[in-house]
Design a protein around this ligand. Structure first.
Ligand SMILES: *[C@@H]1O[C@H](CO)[C@@H](O)[C@H](O)[C@H]1NC(C)=O
Length: 457
């Protein structure tokens, strides 16, 4: 064989192997090197989990770059994390598989403190460049709801980012005047693509929610830096009971047009004192971890006019008897309230009444019985018993007098049970033994038990 041919073959070999090497380099850079751990399965294809992990990672890096204080609010991921944390706290830091963020749902939800949301256009632009599609859901600002004129400006409530078929939900949390965080409901406008996301699977947005500001910790989950609530089980239980009802400001304004607010000095004083009494009751019961809700006239005041009924002369709250604690009386005494009367007993018709300044705080204990709930009343001088019957209800958050308080979610049913269908008409002369629509006679306490069951101070 001639020499020339051998040189030619050698050159050809060198060139072709260089080309192959370059191709390998290119392939490696493009498909393999970028994503982190476990990005290629054994067959060389991206698995669904890899794609979801990548989506979350891309999003989190972006959020980090813009300094957005996001925290993980996904109930499925947090549930996994809380179980895992109990089992093996130390392993979390080393974890690099997608075991927490890939929950089997095509959604991961994060919450964002809305006060930190400033770089909107730049952030959204870069997100788009990274391939994210965005669905922005905006709504009225409820913090302006009590004013007559709603500004046309709508605030962001939820952002849904979509990449590779995976959804990142960002829930905006707004600071409300009662020192709590609020998220808005997710309402789809008619022109919105209903297939954009599996809306039924979203953790947030079925209704508005109220939260205490959670303490956050930075951790590493699936190899990603993520903030999570420090007390995850606490956050999850808050999330489960976060349902928030906005007061009906428009109806309240209409009501006040018909029945203008009493602006006499006495009424103004009463509203001020009632507000501080309600705040004090909330603080005291929070220390004991006893949930309560607005009842009777105080509930009607919130529902009908978003405030206190100035001629009602007292503040009424309800507590389920299951949440009764014997140290309630001592706690209120320590808070500076005087026990005015104690009627009934834990097993039957318990009712406590405290005095602060010249305002009464009435605490009615509620008993569950089949599909009804009732509380009792006692007439001190005759020992007669009364029973007030309500349809079963669950509890929601609401705001009254700059306080986050619970009200029955089925507020209309509750108010109607108590005040009848004419609840929207003020009644100045009210007899608690005969006026309520839901009052029933319930016998008489045996005289030998009066000393114990009818205590008036
Ligand atoms: C976390 O929250 C739960 C439920 O609210 C509570 O019982 C627990 O004491 C909290 N743990 C810590 C460490 O604060």
């Amino acid at each position: 064989m001639p020499r020339v041919n051998r040189t030619a073959v050698l050159s050809l070999l060198i060139v072709s192997s260089s080309v192959f090497l370059l191709f390998q380099l290119y392939y490696y850079r493009k498909y393999v090197s970028k994503p982190g751990p476990h990005i290629l399965s054994r067959t060389g294809h991206l698995t669904a989990t890899d794609l979801q992990w990548q989506t979350v990672r891309t999003f989190l890096l972006l959020a980090q770059r813009f300094g957005l204080p996001l925290f993980l609010a996904d109930t499925a991921a947090l549930t996994l994390l809380s179980h895992e944390a109990v089992r093996q706290r130390d392993r979390l830091v080393l974890e690099s598989h997608c075991t927490f963020l890939c929950t089997g749902r095509p959604v991961v939800s994060f919450a964002l403190f809305a006060s930190a949301w400033k770089l909107e256009p730049a952030f959204l632009l870069v997100a788009e460049q990274k391939g994210f599609e965005l669905l922005e859901l905006r709504g009225d600002d409820p913090r302006l709801g009590s004013l007559d004129t709603l500004s046309g400006e709508q605030i962001p409530l939820h952002f849904l980012f979509r990449l590779h078929g995976y959804i990142i939900q960002v829930v905006f949390l707004y600071e409300r005047s009662g020192n709590y965080l609020w998220n808005g409901p997710l309402r789809l406008k008619s022109n919105v693509d209903r297939n954009f996301a599996p809306f039924k699977l979203l953790d947030y947005g079925r209704h508005a929610g109220a939260y205490n500001r959670p303490e956050l910790v930075l951790t590493v989950l699936d190899g990603l830096d993520i903030r999570v609530p420090r007390n995850i089980s606490h956050f999850l239980s808050e999330q489960q009971h976060a349902h928030f009802l906005e007061c009906h400001y428009r109806e309240a304004r209409n009501f006040l047009q018909l029945y203008p607010e009493d602006v006499s000095q006495a009424a103004v004083d009463f509203r001020r004192k009632a507000k501080s009494l309600l705040h004090l009751a909330a603080r005291t019961l929070a220390l004991l971890d006893v949930p309560f809700w607005l009842s009777s006239g105080t509930c009607l005041g919130w529902f009908r006019q978003c405030s206190i009924i100035s001629y009602s002369r007292d503040v009424d709250i309800g507590i389920f008897i299951a949440d009764f604690r014997p140290d309630i009386v001592a706690a209120f005494r320590d808070a500076g309230l005087l026990l005015k009367h104690k009627f009934g007993k834990v097993e039957d018709s318990l009712e406590l009444s405290f005095l602060s300044d010249d305002i009464k705080l009435d605490i009615f204990f509620f008993y569950e019985d089949g599909d009804i709930v009732w509380n009792g009343g006692t007439q001190a001088k005759s020992g007669r018993k009364f029973k007030y019957i309500f349809p079963r209800f669950s509890l929601c958050w609401a705001e009254l007098l700059e306080l986050k308080v619970r009200v029955p979610c089925e507020t209309l049913d509750y108010v109607t049970a108590n005040y009848g269908t004419t609840w929207s008409v003020p009644v100045m002369s009210w007899d608690w033994k005969s006026s309520p629509s839901n009052v029933q006679e319930n016998g008489v306490w045996p005289p030998e038990e009066w000393a114990e069951l009818i205590q008036v101070y």
